[in-house]
Design a protein around this ligand. Structure first.
Ligand code: NDP
Length: 487
């Protein structure tokens, strides 16, 4: 298996190599084999990328928004045309099942480019009547923005950050996760082919320190990070100390509340989606599944039956529904949490083991795992595991469910299943979460804002809100009479 890119970095419209950078191996998580070798950025590469972005940004910002949007929409079309090859690359990079990457990864990137490419032309300022004089506001680009990605949705993350940034007239330097460096390079090539001027979207590889060097660079105006809460704290502090704007899309331990009156099959389907998609490596996953007493037995019966039927295996096989975790370290962490769950006294209702898969012995697979009889203070109910491990908790009343659902430092997402519409809206209004679903889970189309509250983040991705986060207001006061000066 070979997925070697032409070079490690993409700067000013071309691939760039600097072998002086720390070597990085790209591993196919299903087998553990090395599929590419690249280098982390040296300080020189970081400088080249930021300077290329700075040099290109001014002229780009002066283009009509509709012209910038046209290039993004062309890039969106190219992403869709190459969906199959990009999905394969994403599967090699992440280990996610090809049946997912074919519908969720490049497709979601294309959706973002299409949405922002169209929406940006309708971004307007305000007019304020001051009784003769007046004022207006302009929404202007910030300048050079940094995107730092996580490893679970690499091309989607690169597009969700770059599309609104570029649409508003900014330039971007994007650093993918060290685990998944490949598809952002493919996106960069596509942008160039679509007509994006050189220097506006640059990709540099590296570990955390490259992200930190970018986030503290004096030329940089904003940093947008997707990652864990501890990394978010560091990057936000860094950005703050240099007075840079920041968007933080961080982790979660989100509640999914199933009421007695829910449609059982829909609720079970929602809970499975909320925990096992992308092998459980989704920030917004509803990993605390609260089930009301009256529906509990029946729900658990269907949940376990359907979870046991999930097909784990070769991610490139179109029949496979669940691939491996990203790497050995994450595998060890998830298996560790399964042991913690058992030791804490939760009941292992299914999974919990490492499947033996012929030819994939070097892969980082874990069975879809469900713990029942989980109580609120267990570590498996409090800490983000980022793997296919669901905790099922029992509850009796609506008030109790709300209180326990909110008893967490996180606030990324929440979901509820019920047929009682007044209750659905009443409960959602009380939940401390940035992104909520009623009778579904984990759908995040480009048209709607996505992001968290509390420790789960600051700012929003997608929707018109993201265009605001990648721009700043200029206020212009206009006098229509004489200057009345006391001097
Ligand atoms: P990490 O926090 O480990 O890393 C995120 C990114 O930040 C990586 O590119 C990483 O580089 C980089 N980084 C690490 N340290 C620094 C630093 N000091 N300064 C600048 N950049 C740094 O997250 P993971 O990649 O492990 O992703 C999993 C986490 O991301 C989970 O907590 C998950 O919930 C969250 N997440 C949140 C999402 C959201 O939208 N809210 C979506 C997806 C994931 P490198 O890895 O190369 O060292």
């Amino acid at each position: 298996m070979n997925a070697q890119p032409k070079a490690s970095h993409y700067i000013n419209g071309r691939f760039v190599e600097d072998e002086g950078g720390q070597p990085m191996e790209v591993i196919y998580p299903a087998t553990g084999e090395v599929i590419a070798r690249i280098h982390a950025a040296t300080p020189n590469i970081v400088e080249l990328a930021v300077e290329a972005a700075r040099a290109a940004q001014g002229a780009w910002a002066r283009l009509k928004p509709v012209e910038r949007g046209r290039i993004l929409r062309r890039a969106s079309d190219l992403l869709r045309e190459r969906n199959a090859e990009l999905a394969r690359l994403e599967t090699l990079d992440t280990g996610k099942a090809i049946q997912e990457t074919l519908v969720a990864d490049p497709a979601s990137a294309a959706d973002a480019l299409e949405f922002f490419g169209g929406a940006v032309a309708s971004v307007t300022g305000d007019y304020v009547d001051l009784g003769g004089p007046f004022a207006y506001t302009r929404r202007e680009a910030l300048g050079v923005c940094i995107g730092i990605g996580a490893w679970n949705y690499p091309i989607q993350g690169a597009a969700w950050k770059s599309a609104p940034a570029l649409a508003m007239g900014n330039a971007m330097v994007f650093k993918p996760s060290e685990n998944t460096p490949l598809s952002a390079l493919a996106l960069a090539e596509i942008y160039t082919e679509a007509g994006l001027p050189d220097g506006l979207f640059n990709v540099v590889q590296g570990f955390g320190e490259v992200g930190a060097a970018l986030a503290s660079h004096p030329i940089v105006a904003k940093v947008s990070l997707t990652g864990s809460v501890p990394t978010g704290r560091k990057v936000l502090a860094l950005a703050g100390s240099h007075m840079k704007q920041a968007t933080m899309e961080l982790g979660g331990k989100s509640p999914l509340i199933i009421f007695d009156d829910a449609d059982i099959e829909n609720a079970v389907g929602g809970a499975l989606l909320a925990n096992f998609y992308s092998t459980g490596q989704v920030c917004s996953n509803g990993t605390r599944v609260f089930v009301q007493d009256g529906i509990r037995e029946c729900f658990l019966d269907r949940l376990v039956t359907r979870a046991k039927a999930i097909r784990i295996g070769d991610p490139l096989d179109p029949d496979t529904q669940m691939g491996p975790l990203i790497n050995a370290q994450q595998h060890e962490k998830v298996m560790g949490y399964i042991e913690i769950g058992k030791a804490e006294g939760a009941t292992l209702a299914c999974g919990g083991g490492v499947p033996r898969l012929q030819g994939l012995e070097g892969g980082f697979f874990v069975e879809p795992t469900i713990f029942t009889d989980v109580v609120d203070d267990m570590r498996i109910a409090r800490e983000e595991i980022f793997g296919p491990v669901m905790s099922v908790l029992a509850f009796s009343t609506e008030e109790e469910a709300i209180e326990r659902a909110n008893d967490t430092e996180f606030g990324l997402s929440a979901g509820i299943f019920t047929r009682d519409l007044p209750r659905a809206h009443r409960v959602i209004a009380e939940l401390q979460a940035g992104t909520c679903w009623i009778n579904h889970y984990n759908l995040s189309p480009a048209e709607i804002p996505f992001g968290g509250v509390k420790q789960s983040g600051i700012g929003r991705e997608n929707s018109l809100a993201a265009l605001h986060h990648y721009s700043q207001l200029k206020t212009v006061y206009v006098e229509t009479g004489n200057v009345d000066s006391p001097y």
